[in-house]
Design a binder for this molecule. Structure first.
Ligand code: UT7
Length: 318
C-alpha cells in the first residue's frame, strides 16, 4: 500500500482579537481565572460576515501553495467542522468551488474537536488504496456562532480559525497509524442541544459539564497515547513533537507528563487561539512547521478529544 505524507500546511485566524480583558467587561470573570484554569490569553473571533468557508479558503490556499499544487491536482476535499456555513451543501463543496477544484469527492466530517484527526485518518485510507492522490484536509470553525456570550463557563474558552494540510501519495513514510474512537454514552456532557431534526426551541449554544469533560479528557488521552505507541512498537522517547488538541493547558500538561515529554517538545497555541475545535490541531501543526520547530523526518503525535465523546490520535513521520 502507498504511504500518505503531508506535503503542505496552512492556517488562518480572523483579524479580530478578543482578549481576556475584553471578556471581563462582558461577564463576571477575570484574566487571572482564565489564564490559571485554561492557559488562554486571547482568541480570534470572525466578523459577522466571515464564515467557516472563508477561513477554510485562506488556510487551504496557503497549504496548496506550500505543497506546490494547483486546483487540478486535488482530487478530494474533506472539511472537519462543527459550524458549517449551511445545512447543505457541505462546507467541503462550498470550499471546492471557491478553490476551483472540480469533480473529485468533497464532504464534511463531524466529530467536533476530534474532527481533524478523523478527517486525516479517512484521507489516509483513500491514499493508501490508490483511490486518491492529493487530498485537501481542513479543520475550520466559527465556534463563536454557537457560544453563549453571557455564559462565563464557556464563552472564555473558544475561538475561530482554520488549519489545512495536503496529504499526498509518497514513497517516503508519512502517516504511521491512526486510532479513532467514540462513545455516544457521554453525549450530554458536551453538546449543542438543538438542530435540524430536534428543532431549535433552545438557542443553539454550547453546553458543557467542564469538570467531568476535563477528567475524561485527561484519562482518555493518556490511554490513546499508550495505544498509539504500542501499535507502532515505539517508546515514549521516539516522539519528537506532541501536537495536542488545544482545549486547556492543564490537559496538555497532563498528556505531556504521561509521555515524559518536556513542554519544549509540545506545540502549545491555546494561549493565543483558545479552543478552535476541529481547527486546533492543524493550526498548531502549521504554526510549528512555519516557525521552523518541526523538521522533515521527525515523529509527530497528533491527538484530540471532544464532544460525542470522540477521541483519536495520528502518528506521523513528517
Ligand atoms: O474541546 C473539547 C473538550 N473540552 C475540554 O476539554 C474542556 C474541559 N474542561 C475544562 O477545561 C475545565 O473544566 C474548565 C476550564 C471549563 C473549567 O475549569 P475547572 O477548573 O473545571 O472549573 P469548574 O468548572 O470546577 O469551576 C470552578 C469555579 C466555579 O465556581 P464555584 O462553584 O467553585 O464557586 C465556577 O462557577 O470557577 C467558576 N467559574 C469561573 N470563574 C471565573 C467558571 N467559569 C468561570 C470564569 N471566570 N470564566
Amino acid at each position: 500500500m502507498r504511504n500518505a505524507r503531508i506535503s503542505g500546511t496552512g492556517g488562518y485566524l480572523p483579524e479580530n482579537v478578543v482578549t481576556n480583558a475584553d471578556l471581563e467587561k462582558k461577564v463576571d470573570t477575570s484574566d487571572q481565572w482564565i489564564q490559571d484554569r485554561t492557559g488562554i490569553k486571547k482568541r480570534h473571533i470572525a466578523e459577522d460576515s466571515e464564515t467557516t468557508c472563508d477561513l477554510a479558503e485562506k488556510a487551504s490556499r496557503q497549504a496548496m501553495e506550500t505543497a506546490g499544487l494547483g486546483p487540478e491536482d486535488i482530487d478530494m476535499v474533506i472539511v472537519a467542522t462543527t459550524t458549517p456555513d449551511r445545512i447543505f451543501p457541505s462546507t467541503a463543496c462550498l470550499l471546492q468551488q471557491r478553490l476551483g477544484i472540480h469533480g473529485g469527492a468533497a464532504f464534511d466530517v463531524q466529530a467536533v474537536c476530534t474532527g481533524f484527526i478523523y478527517a486525516l485518518s479517512i484521507a489516509e485510507k483513500f491514499i493508501q488504496t490508490g483511490a486518491a492522490n492529493n487530498v485537501l484536509v481542513v479543520g475550520a470553525e466559527t465556534l463563536s456562532r454557537i457560544v453563549n456570550w453571557a455564559d462565563r463557563t464557556t464563552c472564555v474558552l473558544f475561538g475561530d480559525g482554520a488549519g489545512a494540510i495536503i496529504l499526498g501519495a509518497s514513497d517516503k513514510p508519512g502517516i504511521l497509524s491512526a486510532h479513532l474512537h467514540a462513545d455516544g454514552a457521554y453525549e450530554n456532557l458536551l453538546t449543542v442541544p438543538a438542530g435540524v431534526s430536534e428543532g431549535y426551541e433552545n438557542p443553539a449554544f454550547i453546553e458543557m459539564k467542564g469538570n467531568e469533560v476535563f477528567k475524561m479528557a485527561v484519562n482518555t488521552l493518556g490511554r490513546i497515547v499508550d495505544e498509539t505507541l504500542d501499535a507502532n512498537n515505539m517508546q515514549k522517547s521516539d516522539i519528537d513533537w506532541l501536537i495536542p488538541h488545544q482545549a486547556n493547558i492543564r490537559i496538555i500538561n497532563a498528556t505531556a507528563k504521561k509521555l515524559g515529554m518536556s513542554m519544549d517538545n509540545v506545540v502549545v497555541t491555546v494561549g493565543e487561539h483558545g479552543n478552535t475545535s476541529a481547527a486546533s490541531v492543524p493550526l498548531a501543526l502549521n504554526t510549528a512547521v512555519r516557525d521552523g520547530r518541526i523538521q522533515r523526518g521527525e515523529t509527530l503525535l497528533l491527538e484530540a478529544f471532544g464532544g460525542g465523546f470522540t477521541w483519536g490520535a495520528v502518528l506521523i513521520k513528517y
